[in-house]
Design a protein around this ligand. Structure first.
Ligand code: SIN
Length: 482
């Protein structure tokens, strides 16, 4: 009797996971998400949009040059060139999936500016609700696709290994019930690590669980020290803070210091639209000197309800109206450039285990991601990986013993809060050796208590080993710009 084809297991319902699942057709896919409805991904919260050289005066080469400059030339050049070359095609594909991008009065796609871009090349959908629009459209496609079987409400907490390769996963639902799934291939599309930090623009689920599982499973880390801090999250109490999109600065909003003076004056030729690491360090410096930083968006004209509905709603919920008065802002952990080392097709070094999107590191972003290149990466790398997996020959029959590799126990809530504070203080926008070393020791001592401590330890080690400032990794004891 012919054995049914094993599914490709995709873990994560953000843009990268959805794009992978869709492109893998007709191969069967099991798409596993923590939330029942697939919500809760950082993709769905992305405000910035998607960068693509669509203006006739712009070019993929110019987009690539900005990507490399923001990445401090630590990028994989061929990957950055591929990403920017393919970007216009990604926009066309998304439109074919039903994403309605914002248009001007003449019906042309509206192109916005964001930090680090020398040209207006960001397309948005639903104003600052771009990520939600993408996830909504791709999720509808995936839920309707015959080859995709959707399963929400589960966490993947172990990998099944045989003959030196990953051949399945173990899931656990909220009631602790386990399921074992054998897989033709496993794809981690689990997002970033912002929620490990005390202050983040990410959702609580961006806790590095997939990265920790992949590392436990034998995949190699790459560039873990490169964490991007966004300069403008709303400065209110809490852990997961509302993002205040950079597109507002693209539309004319200005950062002000505690005395109402322009914060970025004389700091960088691009001023408020300097690359994100430069602006974040300046904000962190001003905060370190005890001053509140403000974003003055009162001069941003136009229809806020249409262009910035997410920012407006988040501010109103906290009692602010950004149209009428400056709002308080802070830096917040936003994006992980590092992750599981992969090749261009998403292969980790562990046979059968793949990674895509923020959990992966293929070198596209270098030491600091350019604004609005992350949804783009999720779409393009996801589609590339899905196609590769669909075309893959079934792996030869397996003979060795099965073995489970578990992520392991989680830290308790108070331990997680302490870890978040520690990372925030020591591995934030500005770092130095002695506090990184102390933090590493603390995490090493807690390593048996939970996987988050082991992950933080790996990040801190990478930050210690990278002795000089580069991109988002700024070593205050070794010099860093702005
Ligand atoms: C933003 O809207 O400011 C964030 C966009 C991004 O992370 O690229």
């Amino acid at each position: 009797m012919k054995r049914a084809r094993l599914p490709i297991v995709v873990v994560g319902g953000g843009v990268a996971g959805l794009a992978t699942a869709l492109a893998a057709a007709p191969a069967p896919v099991r798409l596993l998400c923590r939330a029942h409805d697939g919500s809760g991904s950082a993709s769905a919260m992305a405000q910035g949009g998607i960068a693509a050289a669509l203006d006739p005066r712009d070019s993929p080469a110019a987009h690539a040059a900005d990507t490399l400059l923001a990445g401090a030339h630590h990028n994989d050049v061929a990957m950055a060139q591929w990403l920017t070359r393919e970007a216009p095609g990604a926009i066309a594909w998304l439109q074919a999936q039903g994403v309605l991008f914002d248009r001007d009065a003449d019906g042309r796609l509206q192109l916005g500016r964001e930090g680090g871009h020398a040209a207006a090349r960001i397309v948005h959908a639903g104003g600052d609700a771009s990520g939600a629009a993408l996830v909504h459209a791709l999720r509808a496609k995936a839920q309707a696709a015959a080859h995709v079987q959707w399963r929400g409400g589960v966490d993947v907490d172990a990998l099944l290994v045989r003959d030196g390769g990953v051949v399945g996963v173990r899931t656990r639902d909220e009631r602790g019930r386990q399921e074992h799934i054998e897989a033709a291939a496993v794809v981690l599309a689990t997002g970033g690590i912002g929620a490990l930090f005390a202050r983040t623009s990410n959702p609580p689920g961006a806790d590095g669980a997939g990265l920790a599982l992949g590392l436990a499973g034998g995949a190699s880390p790459r560039d873990l020290e490169f964490v991007q801090f966004h300069p403008t999250a709303l400065d209110v109490a809490g852990h997961c803070l509302p993002l205040i999109t950079e597109a507002l600065r693209g539309a004319g909003a200005r950062l002000l210091d505690v005395d109402g003076r322009p914060l970025m004056a004389g700091m960088h030729p691009l001023g408020d639209l300097a690359p994100r690491d430069v602006v974040a360090r300046r904000v962190a410096q001003a905060q370190g000197e005890g001053g509140q930083v403000w974003l003055d968006a009162t001069g941003v004209a136009g229809d806020w309800e249409r262009r910035f509905p997410t920012v407006l709603a988040a501010c109103r919920a906290q009692g602010f109206d950004p149209r009428l008065a400056p709002i308080p802002v802070t830096t917040a952990a936003h994006f992980h450039m590092g992750g599981l080392a992969t090749d261009a097709d998403g292969r980790t070094g562990m046979p059968g285990l793949h990674a895509v999107g923020e959990v992966a590191c293929n070198g596209i972003h270098g030491a600091n991601r350019l604004a609005s290149n992350s949804l783009l990466e999720g779409v393009l790398c996801g589609r590339r990986l899905g196609r590769v997996l669909a075309a893959a020959e079934p792996r030869p029959g397996r003979r060795g013993e099965y073995r489970w590799i578990e992520r392991g126990d989680s830290l308790s809530l108070p331990q997680l809060t302490a870890l978040g504070d520690l990372l925030w203080r020591t591995a934030g926008p500005v770092r130095e050796a002695s506090s990184l070393r102390d933090a590493w020791r603390t995490c090493a001592a807690a390593a048996d208590a939970g996987w988050q401590a082991r992950l933080a330890k790996a990040l801190l080690r990478a930050a210690l080993l990278r002795k000089h400032s580069l991109g988002a990794h700024c070593r205050h004891d070794r010099c860093c710009a702005a």
